[in-house]
Design a protein around this ligand. Structure first.
Ligand code: PEP
Ligand code: MN
Length: 266
């Protein structure tokens, strides 16, 4: 799980997904203030995390809920990037957001609700000078085939798929992490696939277990919601874990990964 500090302006998927590596992305559900995101980034950086979840826009089920700080938060992310050389992963919810965020955002991502927002996918794929990796989250009721078809709009070679749980017959947790589908995408289609334990299980007490399941399954990475005061978070308060818990989870994830990689190379 070696760190990577990329000097060039635009990183590519091969910089992130390396043979035997494990991509760790962490940060709050949403950026709420400069102080909040800078302090959590400081802690994550100290833990050796080098990709920040820098969520500027929040797609929410209800228009009455916090919608994100939008472009106002971009300079806050740029400051973190400058100070810590962290890479910034940010969800884009509209094609008009691609251009103004391009300098700061290293890894744009498309959220579950926009997996079939075809104009956004096309806009991300159209600029052939843009070789940034794009994280494509799986739609909440999408098949693996549909997920891959959406990846084709962007260009499969740039895409990192993210399994974030699908809606199933059970309502015991927020969604159901479909490791089966993730493994099919990875093994049968040669795609890098990372897992999101936070949105899939929706409960902070279970996030550590799902995190371990993701690494044990041999997926290529993880994206975890971490907040300094989860219970006071403006979004997804139930599922964000504290930096202290994340530190433990990361230690365990790294240990499991080491065992699996060692096995692979025996
Ligand atoms: C997110 O990662 O911030 C998010 C909204 O998740 P999803 O798109 O998977 O629901
Ligand atoms: Mn969230």
């Amino acid at each position: 799980m070696a760190g990577f500090f990329v000097e060039k302006n635009m990183i590519e998927r091969k910089d992130l997904i390396k043979n035997g590596g494990f991509l760790v992305i962490a940060g709050p559900c949403a950026i709420e203030s400069e102080e909040q995101v800078y302090s959590i980034a400081t802690l994550l950086h100290e833990m050796g995390v080098n990709v920040l979840r820098g969520q500027l826009w929040k797609p929410r089920s209800s228009p009455n809920n916090f919608q994100g700080v939008g472009l106002a938060g971009l300079p806050w992310l740029q400051r973190i990037k400058n100070d810590f050389k962290m890479l910034i992963a940010t969800e884009l919810v509209d094609k008009d957001q691609i251009e103004p965020t391009k300098e700061t955002v290293d890894i744009p991502w498309v959220g579950a609700r926009n997996m079939q927002h075809f104009e956004l996918l096309k806009a991300l794929g159209n600029d052939k000078t843009d070789q940034r990796p794009v994280i494509l989250k799986r739609g909440i009721a999408s098949t693996v085939k549909e997920w891959l078809q959406s990846a084709d709009y962007i260009g499969r070679e740039r895409v990192i798929l993210c399994e974030r749980g699908v809606r199933t017959g059970t309502d015991s947790t927020r969604y159901t992490l479909d490791l089966n589908g993730a493994l099919v995408a990875q093994h049968d289609h040669g795609m890098p696939v990372i897992g999101d334990p936070s949105h899939s299980v929706g409960r902070r007490d279970l996030v550590p277990y799902l995190s371990l399941a993701i690494v044990a399954a041999g997926l290529d990475g993880i994206v975890v919601e971490v907040h300094s005061q989860p219970e006071r978070a403006l979004s997804d308060a139930d599922q964000q874990i504290t930096p202290e818990t994340f530190r433990q989870v990361l230690g365990q994830v790294r240990a499991v990964h080491k065992v699996l990689v060692a096995k692979e190379y025996e």
